[in-house]
Design a protein around this ligand. Structure first.
Ligand code: BTN
Length: 255
């Protein structure tokens, strides 16, 4: 049915017409020993999850709502690399298939023309120094019209259809994403993170520009230099000091 050309990714595909969240299903399957490369796809989610307890609007047949189960033999602190890798895969597929010019907004948003079109939610189960499994959730707004986006996010979210003026075959896009992901993942395990980092930075939103960083204690400006191996944001202050940022609010749109 899915017509995949992959070697290991998507050998098992669990397809739900409707479910709460493909993340929930994937966690259940992973706990029940699902194989590396198992995928959960839904036509519709009733409780789609975004990062930081946000909800993710996932209307029927309007987008790609899927979760990948991976069992990498890497250290837990490097798990953010999978999010960064996934972002480069989505950016590559959008570029090649739809001839758009996506940007990646750290850590995990894909933007088209400055608005969010896709998000990635990576969740990990680890014990001490071993990853049990990673679930990578991918949500892409594909065929929503502007009216079909929730009113409260219309100013900052978009869909592929809105940006390109035509509808897209989600199944075909899923095929491309899975094949590109498999190749990128195998390449990364063999060759390390450096190429992923460079690719990510080539798509990075506001790289080289001044951004405003806000923590509980202070707000300051710094230049966004790139990403570190552990997924942190690398910044350089006006006095030349380099700093790694892990969690802070970034004001991307104000200088
Ligand atoms: C974000 O940008 O906050 C991440 C959004 C991730 C959404 C996807 S849709 C498929 C998978 N299932 C979920 O409930 N969430 C992820």
């Amino acid at each position: 049915q899915w017509g995949l050309n992959t070697e290991w990714l998507g050998k098992t595909i669990v397809h739900k017409q409707v479910t709460t969240s493909t993340q929930h299903i994937a966690h259940q399957l992973a706990r029940d020993n699902a194989d590396h490369g198992t995928i959960v796809v839904a036509d519709e989610q009733t409780a789609g999850k975004g990062r930081m307890d946000h909800t993710w609007n996932s209307p029927k047949n309007k987008g790609i709502w899927m979760s990948l189960i991976l069992r990498p033999a890497t250290l837990p602190y490097l798990a953010p690399q999978f999010t960064l890798l996934t972002a480069t895969v989505l950016a590559d597929v959008l570029t090649e298939e739809t001839h758009t010019a996506p940007k990646i907004k750290w850590p995990n948003d894909i933007l088209l023309n400055g608005k969010k079109i896709a998000g990635i939610l990576t969740e990990m189960q680890a014990e001490q120094d071993t990853i049990q499994y990673v679930v990578i959730g991918i949500g892409i707004n594909v065929n929503q019209s502007e009216q079909e986006l929730p009113a409260d996010i219309r100013h900052k979210a978009t869909s592929l259809a809105i940006e390109t003026g035509r509808t897209w075959d989600t199944q075909k896009l899923i095929q491309r994403i899975l094949l590109t992901f498999e190749q990128a993942y195998d390449h990364y395990l063999k060759n390390g993170f450096l190429e992923v980092k460079h690719k990510w930075e080539s798509y990075g939103f506001k790289i080289g520009e001044t951004i405003r960083i806000k923590t509980m204690r202070e707000t300051w400006r710094a230049r966004f230099m790139g990403i570190a191996e552990d997924g942190a944001l690398l910044t350089k202050a006006s006095d030349g000091e380099m700093k790694k940022i892990y969690s802070a609010e970034i004001d991307w749109f104000k200088q």
